[in-house]
Design a protein around this ligand. Structure first.
Ligand SMILES: C[S@@+](CC[C@H](N)C(=O)[O-])C[C@H]1O[C@@H](n2cnc3c(N)ncnc32)[C@H](O)[C@@H]1O
Length: 236
């Protein structure tokens, strides 16, 4: 059963949907400067799911402006980070510490240009909602992960789509609600895709904005109590 985002979301008439890569190329200019409640919610969950990464090899799949990649490299990991948005990668490469990360331009719809069984941790943060073929990507993440490694995936919770929300920003050039193309997967789609490629589900959790986050970030207030983040941790 496919989710169908509401059509009567306020402002949806003015929404501009872009191809995913073009959307992120445009978003890159302001991506890091936004107060993003999903990012705020995800960061501590990702850190907890990954554990200590000092001395480990890590692949950051869909690294964007390097939020996880740079943090993980600073924590002592050897990081390879992939994304298809040249503009997001340009921002990542310009940041302090970026020289320690190997950045690769790559479309995740294609097989990953990485050797089998080479990574202790495979991180995929807030990307899978943009991936049509989940089995293809999950299968590739399993292939590159060491047998004793972990694959940690975060996603915008599918319940957000029931409120008409997908990844989006207000384009300062046009003033319009602008969205890189998303694919409305359900939790079952994520889990069945992982199981279908032989992954073992190790942890699954769902997270909502609480009053503390809403207090720090006004933009989060309208989502208090609503599931916003899905975390999945797999073993190959
Ligand atoms: C919401 S951002 C998250 C970036 C980063 N992982 C983070 O958590 O800050 C989603 C990223 O996924 C990338 N992405 C989406 N679809 C992709 C694809 N098919 N191939 C490569 N990158 C993709 C986008 O370019 C964007 O940088």
């Amino acid at each position: 059963m496919a989710l169908r985002p509401e059509k009567d979301t306020p402002g949806s008439d003015a929404t501009e949907i872009l191809a995913t890569r073009a959307g992120y190329d445009r978003w890159a200019a302001i991506y890091d400067g936004e107060d993003n409640p999903l990012v705020a919610l995800e960061e501590p969950q990702m850190a907890a799911a990954l554990g200590s990464v000092a001395g480990l090899t890590v692949a950051d799949i869909g690294c964007g402006t390097g939020r996880h990649a740079l943090h993980l490299a600073a924590a002592g990991a050897r990081v390879t980070a992939l994304d298809f948005s040249e503009e997001m990668l340009r921002k990542a490469r310009a940041k302090p510490g970026a020289a320690a990360v190997t950045f690769v331009v790559h479309d995740l719809a294609e097989p990953l240009p990485l050797a089998a069984a080479t990574f202790d941790r495979v991180v995929c943060g807030l990307v899978v909602e943009h991936i049509r073929d989940l089995r293809g990507l999950f299968g590739e993440m399993r292939r590159i992960c060491r047998p004793e490694g972990l694959i940690v995936v975060s996603a915008m919770h599918p319940a957000m789509m029931l409120r008409g929300i997908t990844a989006r920003f207000t384009d300062p050039q046009t003033g319009r609600d602008t969205r890189p193309q998303s694919h409305p997967h359900q939790i079952a789609d994520f889990i069945m895709a992982g199981l279908a490629v032989g992954l073992r589900l190790d942890q699954v959790s769902e997270h909502a904005v609480d009053e503390a986050l809403a207090g720090r970030m006004e933009r989060a207030r309208r989502y208090v109590g609503w599931p916003m983040l899905l975390m999945l941790r797999w073993r190959p």
